[in-house]
Design a protein around this ligand. Structure first.
Ligand SMILES: C[C@@]1(CC(=O)O)C2=NC(=C\c3[nH]c(c(CCC(=O)O)c3CC(=O)O)Cc3[nH]c(c(CC(=O)O)c3CCC(=O)O)/C=C3\N/C(=C\2)[C@@H](CCC(=O)O)[C@]3(C)CC(=O)O)/[C@H]1CCC(=O)O
Ligand SMILES: NC(=O)c1ccc[n+]([C@@H]2O[C@H](COP(=O)([O-])OP(=O)(O)OC[C@H]3O[C@@H](n4cnc5c(N)ncnc54)[C@H](O)[C@@H]3O)[C@@H](O)[C@H]2O)c1
Length: 244
């Protein structure tokens, strides 16, 4: 498989079944990220790191203390793994897992052979709903990590607050403004406000309270059907005082 033009996706793994083979440091890293995503993970290895053993106390981790064997798939015929990760230190075993996973129609990540993988993992920076991922398509995982670290420094916690505000306001507008074009214009115009400096200055909460009151007082928020009387707009925004 060529990694010339990978297709980036964001996946919902909540309650989905995933499989990791291997019990070392790399398996532990992948286990942590799958659990964070809410998946139910089966992990198979003759031995495990202390970290994996601790994580295995959770009900959403199923442990098989054994070497990989293809019968694993037969015993689990009911179970379709959404994602499979081969993280053993045995290149031949990892290769066989790639073959078997493909034959069962599962997406597979082989930690030492990106060319056999149907997906690879990027380096990740999270700020609440904001997720920034960096991949080099396997060319240099450390470079991906270094660039992600730079982004980690550049995008602070204020982005979490900012994104939460944008989501709440967007949902509110979606529920009240029926005209699609008007909605999209409102969403686009919101991005021009310099909320990031209010968040950094500590004046955002006051601004938000005044914004919410002013928003609810507009005629267009109070009427379900927008007539020609008042077109939805942010005309009130310049009147909000940022400081108490
Ligand atoms: C981003 C991250 C995500 C994660 O793992 O979750 C990730 N590797 C990370 C770290 C890391 N990996 C390696 C080192 C040691 C230094 C070095 O060698 O550079 C370090 C540093 C460390 O561990 O600190 C070595 C390494 N990695 C791979 C091979 C095999 C090969 O290249 O053939 C070897 C050689 C092994 C050997 O020589 O034995 C393969 C892959 N590693 C990938 C992802 C995928 C490509 C990502 C991309 O390029 O976009 C891919 C293809 C498959 C996959 O794993 O999905 C995570 C950073 C997490 C973070 O942000 O903290
Ligand atoms: N993708 C990455 O980010 C990355 C980073 C560094 C290294 N690697 C590669 O990942 C591999 C794993 O690295 P590690 O540091 O976790 O190694 P490790 O030696 O700490 O762990 C390997 C684990 O695989 C298990 N294992 C071996 N054979 C098995 C089998 N037949 N069935 C089930 N489990 C088996 C071992 O018992 C052990 O728990 C290395 O070979 C290395 O090449 C990948």
């Amino acid at each position: 498989m060529s990694w010339q033009y990978p297709y980036p996706i964001m996946m919902n793994l909540a309650n989905s079944k995933c499989l990791i083979i291997g019990g070392g440091r790399i398996a532990e890293r992948k286990l942590r990220s799958l659990l964070q995503a809410g998946s139910i993970v089966t992990i198979v290895s003759p031995d495990f790191t202390t970290g994996i053993r601790e994580l295995a106390l959770q009900p959403n981790v199923i442990v098989h203390r054994q070497s990989y064997h293809p019968s694993l798939w037969k015993a689990d015929s009911e179970r379709r793994f959404t994602l499979v990760i081969a993280a053993t230190n045995d290149a031949q075993v990892n290769k066989q897992i790639a073959r078997d996973a493909n034959s069962f129609g599962c997406l597979v990540n082989i930690v030492d052979q990106p060319e056999l993988s149907s997906f690879i993992l990027p380096s990740v920076v999270r700020r609440g709903k904001l997720v920034i991922t960096v991949s080099t398509g396997g060319a240099s995982p450390s470079a991906a990590r270094k660039i992600a670290k730079e982004l980690d420094n550049a995008y602070g916690d204020e982005y979490e607050i900012y994104l939460d505000f944008l989501t709440d306001t967007r949902l509110l507008i979606q529920s009240r403004v029926t005209d699609k074009e008007a909605r999209q214009r409102l969403f686009k115009e919101m991005l021009a406000w310099d909320l990031m400096s209010y968040i950094r200055e500590g004046t955002f909460e006051t601004w938000k309270q005044q914004f919410t009151t002013a928003l609810h007082n507009t005629v267009w928020m109070q009427t379900q059907e927008q007539g020609e009387s008042e077109l939805p707009s942010w005309s009130f925004i310049s009147e909000i005082r940022q400081h108490v």
